[in-house]
Design a protein. Structure first.
Length: 186
C-alpha cells in the first residue's frame, strides 16, 4: 500500500507555510530593524501566495489565463527572492541586478509569447522549469563555492543545487507532445 499526498492538500500546506512566513516577518519587522529581511523577500513571499492560490484555483477548474499567470508570477517571485538573497549575501551589485531584471524580462516574454501563440501547457512547464534552473545557478554557485561563510549557507547552496537538478529533470521528463500532462502532474 502506497501513501500519497493529495495535490490540493500539498498546495494548502505550502500556502499556509508561506502565509505564516509573511505574518512572522511582518510581526517581527519593527522589533529588529537591523536584521529585517529585504522588502524584496516579503514581495517574493506574497507573490508565492498568489501563485499557490492560482494553483489551487486551477485544481478546481481549468481557466485559460491561469497557466501563463502562474508562470509570470513565478518568474517575478523567483527573481525577487534571488535578488533578496543576493542582497543578504552582499553580492547585489547594480550590474547583477540589471542582469537579473533583463533575464527575468526575457524569460517572461520568452515563456508568455509562445504560449499565447500556441497554448501548450507541457512545453510551458518544461520551459519554466528550465528558466527556474537558470535563475538559480548564480545563487547556488555563491552559496556552495564562493561565499560559504556558515554551514547554513553551504547547506542552502546544496539545496539550491538539488532544486536545479530537480527542475532540469522536470524539464527533460515532461511530455512535450501536449498529451496528458497537466499542472497537477508536475
Amino acid at each position: 500500500m502506497t501513501a500519497g499526498l493529495d495535490l490540493k492538500t500539498l498546495l494548502a500546506c505550502l500556502f499556509f507555510g508561506n502565509l505564516f512566513t509573511v505574518l512572522l516577518i511582518l510581526a517581527y519587522w519593527p522589533s529588529y530593524p537591523k536584521e529585517k529581511p529585504p522588502p524584496l523577500f516579503l514581495i517574493a513571499k506574497i507573490l508565492q501566495l498568489a501563485i499557490l492560490q492560482l494553483l489551487l484555483l486551477e485544481e478546481i477548474h481549468d481557466f485559460p489565463l491561469v497557466p501563463p499567470s502562474i508562470i509570470l508570477l513565478s518568474v517575478a517571485a523567483g527573481t525577487a527572492e534571488i535578488l533578496a538573497l543576493l542582497k543578504k549575501l552582499e553580492a547585489d551589485s547594480e550590474r547583477m541586478k540589471q542582469r537579473y531584471y533583463a533575464l527575468a524580462g526575457i524569460s517572461a516574454v520568452g515563456l508568455l509569447l509562445p504560449y499565447l501563440l500556441h497554448p501548450d501547457v507541457p512545453r510551458l512547464i518544461a520551459a519554466s522549469a528550465l528558466t527556474g534552473a537558470i535563475l538559480l545557478l548564480y545563487p547556488a554557485y555563491l552559496l556552495s563555492w564562493k561565499v560559504r561563510k556558515t554551514p547554513l549557507q553551504e547547506i542552502t547552496g546544496m539545496l539550491y543545487g538539488v532544486a536545479i537538478l530537480s527542475l532540469l529533470s522536470k524539464a527533460g521528463r515532461l511530455d512535450c507532445s501536449g498529451e496528458g500532462t497537466a499542472w497537477s502532474n508536475t
